[in-house]
Design a protein around this ligand. Structure first.
Ligand SMILES: CNc1nc2c(CC[C@H]3O[C@H](OC)[C@H](OC)[C@@H](OC)[C@@H]3OC)c3nc(N)[nH]c(=O)c3cc2[nH]1
Length: 376
């Protein structure tokens, strides 16, 4: 994988870039739709490509390992062949999911024991086997096995956890660098900065991750309940240390406003479940602000959902119609709202890229942060 920097903004730390992978190029800043169990919920691959203009989607090691399982994925020739998404894929390493889904807190030096949330079967993730698992899934970008520290957590816990994550990273690198991809294309490993919300730990972790000199770097341990100001402070501290010629991925972020603020702090890649999860609850992000489509006020609003972002679903369907579908719990509601929200997120980062190139990102960002946060 290669990353070429494009234009650096003069008023902020925002920049454009291009990530070149064996499954295609990614223009940054970029938002990556979450595709947990080999699917971006309620959305066809064709819609992801043509309507949403997604350039890279996520997969989830924890979920895919449990179901459909590695044997099926390997027989299929990897995740790209299995779900038919032939563009880039990134998978998380499973640590976060084990902590959040399987409710496991049994963390040892060796790795993490957990019970499947599906059938209660016992499993263990170690730095070594999650590298092998992600080799088999076949994502273009794979994440190191780490512990995402909860918020809040004691300084001592954060320090010990960060040091464990660093020891696990060395084991991930040793395993990854001594194994090959299984399907004839290259994969790359991103390490993850931890350190919770403690400045000295964040600095130490960012310096250690930078010293590993990998092709891209992730910022973890944020968007876990801390105040946004704290997220921004830790993000800025870390992006000032991570190498500027490598892509920076801020995990689990965030609202449209969070994403714009963090692009201004030098972040290139984002993922978040909000556009898809909130869509299923009738919460729409639009270029004019946030809409709760269940609200009575949209009952006879026959205007399109959001024609400004120029995709099919947001232009063809009215607010009144989507409200009707949503309160009627129609399947089509989840489909339209998911396509719209994801198209909005891709439109927003695309606009950010255009304004960085045009040289007016700072002013545009301040205006848009207010607009996208307005409750309509
Ligand atoms: C929300 N705030 C949030 N999410 C963090 C994720 C998970 C990202 C993950 O978040 C969902 O899994 C639960 C998504 O599935 C629903 C995954 O997409 C497949 C996504 O994988 C990249 C983190 N992952 C790791 N490995 N390390 C982290 O420190 C970390 C921090 C996060 N903050």
């Amino acid at each position: 994988m290669k990353f070429t920097l494009g234009k650096k903004d003069t008023q902020t730390k925002a920049r454009t870039g291009t990530l070149i992978t064996d499954h295609g190029d990614i223009q940054t800043p970029i938002f990556m739709p979450v595709g947990t169990a080999a699917t971006v919920k309620a959305v066809h691959q064709r819609e992801l490509k043509d309507d949403i203009k997604a350039q890279i989607i996520l997969g989830n090691t924890y979920h895919l390992y449990l179901r459909p399982g590695l044997d099926i994925l390997e027989k299929a020739g990897g995740l790209h062949k299995f779900n038919g998404w032939d563009r880039p894929i990134l998978t998380d390493s499973g640590g976060y999911q084990v902590f959040s889904l399987a409710g496991t807190r049994k963390i040892k030096e060796e790795g993490v024991m957990f019970k499947s949330h599906i059938d209660g079967s016992k499993h263990e993730f170690t730095p070594e086997n999650v590298m092998d698992i992600q080799r088999t899934i076949g994502a273009d970008i794979i994440m190191a096995f780490d512990e995402c520290t909860p918020y809040p957590c004691e300084y001592g816990y954060a320090r010990n956890s960060m040091e464990l994550t660093h020891r696990w990273l060395k084991r991930c690198i040793n395993r990854f660098d001594t194994t090959e991809g299984k399907y004839g294309y290259s994969q790359t490993l991103f390490p993850i900065v931890q350190g919770s919300v403690y400045k000295d730990l964040r600095k130490q972790s960012a310096e250690f991750i930078a010293s590993c000199d990998r092709e891209g770097n992730a910022i973890g341990g944020l968007s876990v309940g801390e105040p946004a100001e704290m997220m921004y402070e830790m993000t800025e501290l870390v992006t000032d240390i991570l190498p500027s010629d490598k892509p920076r991925y801020l995990m689990g972020v965030g609202t449209p406003a969070n994403i714009l603020e963090c692009i201004a702090l030098g972040v290139d890649m984002f993922d978040c479940v909000m556009p898809t999860r909130n869509a299923r609850n009738g919460m729409l992000f639009t270029s004019e602000g946030i809409i709760n489509i269940r609200n009575e006020k949209w009952k006879d609003d026959f205007n399109p959902i959001d024609p400004a972002i120029g995709n099919y679903a947001s232009t063809f369907y009215s607010k009144a119609y989507l409200r009707h579908l949503t309160i009627s719990k129609e399947i089509l509601a989840a489909q339209i709202a998911s396509i719209h929200n994801l198209a909005f997120y891709l439109w927003l980062v695309g606009q950010a890229r255009e304004h960085i190139l045009a040289g007016d990102f700072g002013v545009w960002k301040d205006h848009m942060v207010k607009k996208v946060s307005t409750r309509l």
